[in-house]
Ligand binder design. Structure first.
Ligand SMILES: Nc1ncnc2c1ncn2[C@@H]1O[C@H](COP(=O)(O)OP(=O)(O)OP(=O)(O)O)[C@@H](O)[C@H]1O
Ligand SMILES: [Mg+2]
Length: 269
């Protein structure tokens, strides 16, 4: 069997902030075309790991390879420019720039290319807004005038502005009510099949996790303790995994909720 290609490879990664040890020998491979969801307790280093994958932070030790190149390569600036056009990010905090209109937020990565005319930028922004079901009447609004669900969609439009191959989503449905979360998940699934995306996501939301993930990596004890399908992860014995999945079992009053949910989303009907 041909081994799938690793789009991102994290090898022997350590992160220390002074005395605080966040990661100790983290290893992870993200395959082309998959949705890999990273879970872990608050402060376990999920956002930090995403930032290291993006080259925004350097690990204390170890290596991160993205599209086969290491962030350690000598021509880093060149590398960074090349990577940025191949990746899109929906950050956990500050999804949109509050001083910029919806249009200007989505136009930002396109303008940074310095190669497109204003007319082309206008056309592309409108296409991206349409992709995330935001009508043109919202283009001139400021973020403060928008609902949480709209802000997430527009931030997604901005993340997709450069047609990335790799998309990072940090808590994409946090702060959304269940209905909005579900429509956001549907949007991600639709875009994924349209755009041949590889997605790395962090979420605390179990419904989002079940709806979108092909594989799950669990960050606990400063390491990735297990990586696998939902089923495989659920079977892995670890106190964090037990407590993470316990709350939802109570909420749904259904012991095999996870198995059912996974089958519903992954098995052909
Ligand atoms: N630049 C920094 N300087 C010092 N400490 C930092 C820095 N960045 C992160 N940390 C610390 O590292 C730990 C991991 O932070 P991180 O934001 O990656 O956690 P997280 O898993 O994303 O948490 P959450 O689920 O709350 O978003 C936290 O204790 C945080 O305070
Ligand atoms: Mg975080």
């Amino acid at each position: 069997m041909i081994k799938p290609e690793c789009i991102i490879e994290v090898e022997g990664l350590y992160t220390r902030f002074g005395d605080l040890v966040v990661h100790q020998d983290v290893n992870l491979c993200i395959y082309h075309g998959e949705v890999l969801t990273l879970i872990g307790g608050s402060g376990s280093g999920k956002t930090t790991l995403l930032r290291q994958m993006l080259g925004l932070e350097q690990p204390s030790e170890g290596n991160v390879k993205i599209f086969g190149s290491s962030w350690e390569d000598p021509d880093l600036n060149l590398q960074q420019k090349k990577m940025q056009s191949r990746t899109g990010v929906l950050f956990q905090q500050g999804a949109l720039f509050s001083a910029l209109s919806v249009f200007d937020n989505v136009a930002l990565p396109l303008r940074e290319l310095h190669t497109l005319s204003e007319e082309m930028i206008r056309e592309l922004v409108m296409i991206k807004l349409d992709m995330v079901a935001i009508g043109p009447e919202h283009a001139n609004k400021m973020p403060a005038a928008l609902s949480g669900g709209m802000i997430k969609r527009i931030a997604l439009a901005r993340a997709l502005a450069l047609d990335p191959e790799l998309l990072f989503l940090d808590e994409p449905t946090s702060g959304l009510d269940p209905e909005l979360s579900e429509s956001f998940e549907e949007l991600i699934l639709a875009l994924r099949s349209e755009m041949d995306l590889t997605i790395v996501m962090v979420t605390h939301d179990l419904d989002t996790l079940v709806a979108l993930s092909d594989r799950i990596a669990v960050l606990a004890d400063q390491q990735v303790v297990v990586t696998g399908t939902l089923d495989e992860v659920c079977r892995f014995q670890h106190p964090f995994i037990t407590s993470f999945f316990k709350s939802i079992r109570h909420k749904n009053n259904q012991e095999n909720y996870l198995e059912q949910a996974w089958k519903t989303t992954h098995m052909p009907s």
